[in-house]
Design a protein around this ligand. Sequence first.
Ligand code: PAF
Length: 279
Amino acid sequence: MKLVKTVNDLQDYLHRLPGGKTVGLVPTMGALHRGHISLVKRALKENPVVVVSIFVNPTQFNDPKDLERYPRNLEADLQLLEEAGVTLVFAPAVEEIYPEPDTRKFNFGALETVMEGKHRPGHFNGVAQVVSKLFDLVKPDKAYFGQKDFQQLAIIKNMVQQLGLPVEIVPCPIVREKSGLAMSSRNELLSAEERKNAAVISETLFKAKELAGQKSVQELAEWMRETINKNPFLHVEYIEIVDETSLQPVNNRNEENTKVACVAAFCGKVRLIDNMVLN
Ligand code: PAF
């Protein structure tokens, strides 16, 4: 496995690759866990060359404290990636990706006015800035993203369409801890007690799936909010039941679309998200 830290070295390496090999890219912000490794494994199955980027992207953090607190652990990350059999790791400094401030403004319409987009202004613009730069530098045939970041996936697909990029976006299923808690780098910031209680978020989503045929969409969302908020460690920021493609709220459970329940909740100071298809 090769580690490169500069754009020059990255491109030098990629240019030397024999032609005709497809390249899979797994963009990450590091602090890797089994969820990331599942993306890497899928990428390795589908491409002879797999590039993993590790870059905590400042432009997608709307809260400077969140950026400061974000877990970083390059040594452990490299070990996991080496064991997985990754070809190349790109771990650049901020100045490599943003030699100058990125002033591009993307427009994702209604996709970005709900949920994460509503509660984290500028977040998806930052995600689009960094992912488009990574696509431009690596020129992957396929790029792999986790479905835990359900709205991010929709935004990235939309960006690829808007920019006409020749990359296939591959969504990968959420990987859960034994307790059901969706794997996230942020879980590392939870105390042992918080981590145990955070599992109430996924328990509630699983139960909501069972109840989806019995309650109206509004009742179900309210039930989820109450159930999660009843736990003293948790505080719901939003619960939305949305259409899988448009991400707009569903009003009637009899609508024939795929409905996804999405949650953002604080466990102490740590903000967690999770989602589940209800039908
Ligand atoms: O999902 C993430 O870890 C990040 O948002 C991504 C896609 C690596 C962009 O920084």
